[in-house]
Design a protein around this ligand. Sequence first.
Ligand code: MN
Length: 504
Amino acid sequence: MTIRPARSEVWLVTGSQHLYGPGPLAQVGANARAVAKALSAARPVPYPVVFKPVVTSADAVRAVCQEADQAPQCAGLVLWMHTFSPARMWIGGLSALRKPFAHLHTQFNRDLPWGTIDMDFMNLNQAAHGDREAGFLHARMRLPRKVVVGHWEDPEVQERLGAWMRVARGWQDLQGARIARLGDNMRRVAVTEGDKVAAEERFGFAVDGHGVGDLAAEVAAVPRGAVTRLCAEYVESYSVAAQLRRGGARHESLREAARIELGLRAFLVKGGFKGFTTTFEDLHGLRQLPGIAVQRLMAEGYGFGAEGDWKTAALVRLMKVIGSGLGGGTSFMEDYTYHLHPSGSLVLGAHMLEICPSIASGRPSLEVHPLGIGAREDPVRLVFGAPAGPALNASLIDLGDRFRLVANEVDVVEPPGPMPRLPVARAVWRCRPDFKTACGAWIRSGGAHHTAFSYAVTSEHLRDLAEIAGVELVLIDADTRLAGLEKELRWNESYYQPPRGGRI
Ligand code: MN
């Protein structure tokens, strides 16, 4: 992913109090410094955990929370009560804190020294009750947070914290992000609509509309030499159909696709955008619907939503940042068609063109085919399959009074047969817990036909995201039962009651 997020760090803020005196407090600080250093070096932890001086007063808590909110590189706080820290001193700081936090419930000493344990040891290793005092206050204040429990050297603890840090970085990246909306959304489609004001307030990203003519002008300005060079890069990178190669009957289509890619990239770079949408219903000035251009820009890290779907564009960008550096890619996706066989139903996911090659199982093939809908020239697109393995689909919908995140864990499978006549990139998956439950739950929840599909992002990431964003998550996984899910949806209608005149 080349469109990288800015630098990130989280701060380890350790709570204590003055009662212990300078000696033990110095030891607490040294221990916290060692924990921060070890976590920073741990493989599952994606970026630095920075030690912050131990806080022992309300003023100190307030100061570090204000500093965190002001520090652009700070993605969030990790709180830990090494010793007892009376929680009322945290009220002021945590009331003001805007950055996400995780509560790391750990203890510096892993083992109790049974033969030598004395009151000095007891007074230094107090997280067992110190963190309970903190947990009460967080619960009392209804603060969103992740609680991670266990010894700090435990790889599982590092995994849980690392997962949250990935989401905190994605959230940091989303604040102030701009999504370019080229043309409106597909006419009369409901689920791609939404409240852009509410989305910016809730998630921090802005959606900026542009006429497609703004893009067409960039495309027209692309120099011939740059087009020739990009076509050569295509030939290096993909299995390019003979008719598209230089001298082939459709080479001009390849050049046009390259011109669109260069123009689109220039447009996005100039505008400082992190994602974009297109729509096949508004292509004035463009000769093809962008295919390979969108695919390659997604692989570089841009979020994308087709048919004006700006919510999915933002979600794809967010999930790309969350999954960055993990194995497996992330793409825009659509539940396209079904294999309803009695031995096990499958979903074929694809789109007209715009699937990200970060999920390709092999070397993509570059081809040109008619689109079937729309009235433009045949678009050039990368065609490939996706590897078998666990993945998920996530959809962000606007219910009118709030946003809902719907997700389904799936298992991508090898397709039962080759599909030589299908000219689009695709993935074939089995839904968890089973096709009927998953699709029933998805439709009951109002999940969209467009999703962000990922091998890298897990349902744990999405839970952490929903907690940080303060949105409802409907997770469809191996444990889902329809009757329970239907009740959950009804209960959520009560839990997510908007204030009068407002929205959750
Ligand atoms: Mn679509």
